[in-house]
Design a protein around this ligand. Sequence first.
Ligand code: MN
Ligand code: MN
Length: 308
Amino acid sequence: MSKELVFGHKSPDTDAISCAIEYAYLANKLGDDVEAVALGTPNDETKFVLDYFNVDAPRVITNAKPEVDSVVLVDHNEAKQSVDDLADVTVTRVIDHHKIDFQSAQPLYYRAEPVGCCSTIIYKMFLENDVVIPREIAGLMLSSIISDTLLLKSPTTTDEERQAVPVLAKLAGIDDYETYGIEMLKAGTNVAARSAEDILQGDAKTYEMGGKNLRIGQVNTVDLEDVLSRKDELEAEMKTIMAADGYDMFLLLATNVLTSDSVMLVLGDPINAIEEAYNAKVENNLVNLPGVVSRKKQVIPPLQAVLG
Ligand code: MN
Ligand code: MN
């Protein structure tokens, strides 16, 4: 088989980067020729993880075709979140845990499971193939699960994650995964050191709903005031991005990872769709969303239902 590249989504999070490394390791063990790459540089949380387990960050690409004819997608499936020239290469596999918005002219291996983390699926693939999980790969899997499920507290968490975490912690040499997890989440929440643009775009994804073009970002913090105190600056940057990239709405979900509550900053139209979706008042461009931590499960579906 000719060489393939594997990568997670743009604005990569810990799961996107880790899945690519995990998958490449597994595929190479099974005799394929696969290189893990990324569609962006690691964020602060991911840097903490890579440093902790002494793993190099994958090199960053924007186009795949100059190097390979076929690619593997992990932790995403939508073309908008993928490599710029996705249409010019063959996708041979998708391994993902998001809603499916994927089209293919070719038959392919497509593995989608409604679990809390894509690394959970790859963990199962190691078990299914009887491939030993080395310490650093276990560490990446553990970290991804902690990141995607906010220490198993997100409603996206499944029993598969709850079962995998203690096993992976042991393989990774982590005695107390909660302490490690809080340290890791905190490393990714240094809001004060980040530019407004990075806070907004660092984890943002684009969605189309009912003919509207939405940009939805999420920022984790251990103190919501770190985000709210920069509201004016964030709003000005949101307006700039919306005008430049043609978004109808920009939503920034600020999530307190210690209390599992969020506040959302919202600009654009239609604002009443926000109020209807979350059954809450938008005041001063802000909506309180207690108990909301998951963009995928708690933010997108209600809005999709309203906007159609
Ligand atoms: Mn992800
Ligand atoms: Mn994920």
